[in-house]
Design a protein around this ligand. Structure first.
Ligand code: ATP
Ligand code: MG
Length: 421
């Protein structure tokens, strides 16, 4: 027997039933992004390893242990499968001088790769839809993105199960001061720190605040909070973001411990969370990153963005049975070779008129074909048998209405459909 070869751990196929939900989700996203004026940018999946080291930060989970990196055999280039989209997007904006004519609002979508522990909602290849705005420093830009996400959850019917947490981590100067203060606090509580926290203590102490270790929660809750000591300008910026959200009926919870794992954030950070997916509850996260463009070689350009984890949203959508978004309008039942040929020609004619058409492709009985027509969700079944061929008539059955059946002339078919679909 031939050995069966399976996909590798953490890499999944998206089977048609799930893909239908995925398409439904993406089509809603695309129409909402259009409404707000975000333009799509296509980005490579492989980039230089340097880009992520500089852009994500060397003391992050991603760069420390999650990247798929290798050395190219031909030229020794150090390459990485992208673990996230922002660094690549910033690189593209700098490389292509995309802000030359002024600010720009972009989105990207596609697979990301992280070598992490596989669990429900945590894969090694997963997909993100990300938004990045470049050249906007005002609070309104952060708020616009959050308001847009709130609209998206409503449109998907998920607004009751996803909530927003938000915080400000100030600017670089604030973080420098706070870092020292935090290290002192952790040193005083060294007994409570787990091994990972101890390892991070001097490299990335802020990241310890994100820890989910139950034994550390009490100590972390009592740690000094960055937002209490941020500079006035950053504080006003954050207040404006919150005010705009309130004015637009977007509810949020201030989470003073939220810092997010990536080095490049400043000021606003936010996460949308659901309680429906256990510890993989963050479905989207983002924030402001005013220093990153400069850090990656561009002119200083204020920016903010977020990424949605598509699989986690799909898991939520799968819990409610969403109507298949792709349905045939017409199903053509046919009996015998000649009527199959006719069915094909009729189907092409209907597709010329933008109808979605399925032609029955097996030689099942009339009864079994009608069952399939019913299952296909089509609104109308056309029946082409010997009699119909002879008389140049087509039998039409309104399977979603009263099931009534009529015979109509071939050349009257399109008009009939226009009236009945
Ligand atoms: P987490 O804390 O769950 O590891 P993260 O902070 O690493 O998330 P981000 O880098 O902010 O995640 O990515 C944005 C979103 O992408 C996350 O909120 C999540 O929905 C999704 N995501 C991240 N990693 C994975 C993964 N391995 N599998 C599936 N989705 C993921
Ligand atoms: Mg992670």
């Amino acid at each position: 027997m031939v050995n069966k070869i399976n996909s590798i751990k953490g890499f999944y196929d998206v089977e048609p039933d799930r893909q239908k939900i995925w398409r439904h989700f993406e089509s809603i996203c695309l129409s909402i992004f259009d409404q707000y004026g975000f333009e799509e940018i296509g980005l490579p999946i492989i980039e230089s390893t340097d880009l992520f080291e500089a852009g994500v930060g060397t003391h992050t989970d991603i760069v420390e242990k999650e990247m798929y990196s290798w050395t190219d055999k031909l030229n020794d280039d150090k390459l990485t499968l992208r673990p996230e989209g922002t660094a690549g997007c910033v690189r593209a904006v700098v490389q292509g001088s995309l802000t030359y004519n002024g600010p720009i609002k972009l989105f990207y979508r596609g697979p990301m790769f992280r070598h992490e522990n596989v669990q429900k909602g945590r894969q090694r290849q997963f997909h993100q839809l990300g938004i990045e705005s470049f050249g906007f420093g005002e609070a309104s830009s952060d708020a616009e993105q959050i308001i847009m996400l709130s609209r998206l959850w409503k449109k998907l019917g998920l607004d009751k199960e996803i909530y927003l947490e938000i915080n400000s981590i100030g600017d670089a100067v604030d973080r420098e001061e706070y870092r020292k203060e935090l290290i002192q606090y952790f040193e005083k509580n060294i007994d409570v720190l787990d091994d990972e926290a101890k390892r991070r203590l001097y490299e990335n102490p802020l990241r310890i605040l994100d820890s989910k270790n139950p034994k550390m929660q009490d100590m972390l809750d009592k740690a000094p909070k960055l937002i209490d000591s941020i500079n006035e300008e950053a504080n006003n910026h954050f207040k404006s973001v919150c005010q705009i959200l309130t004015d637009n009926q977007v509810n949020f919870k201030l989470n003073k411990r939220l810092v997010r794992g990536l080095d490049y954030y400043n000021r606003t950070v936010f996460e949308w969370i659901t309680s429906g997916l256990g510890s993989q509850g963050t479905v989207a996260g983002g924030g402001r990153y005013d220093y990153l463009v400069e850090k990656l070689g561009g002119k200083p350009t204020k920016a903010c963005g977020f990424a949605i984890g598509i699989e986690r949203i799909i898991l939520l959508l799968e819990k409610r049975s969403i109507q298949n978004s792709i349905q045939s309008d017409v199903y053509i039942v046919n009996l015998g070779n000649e009527s199959r040929n006719k069915a094909f020609m009729i189907a092409e004619l209907l597709r010329d008129n933008d109808y979605k058409v399925s032609v029955n492709l097996d030689s099942g009985s009339f009864k079994s074909q009608m069952k399939k027509a019913d299952k296909s969700n089509a609104k109308i079944a056309l029946i082409i048998g010997e009699d119909e061929l002879k008389n140049k008539h087509i039998k039409v059955k309104l399977i979603r209405q009263d099931g009534s059946q009529t015979e109509i002339k071939e050349n009257g078919l399109v008009d009939f459909l226009k009236k009945n679909i």
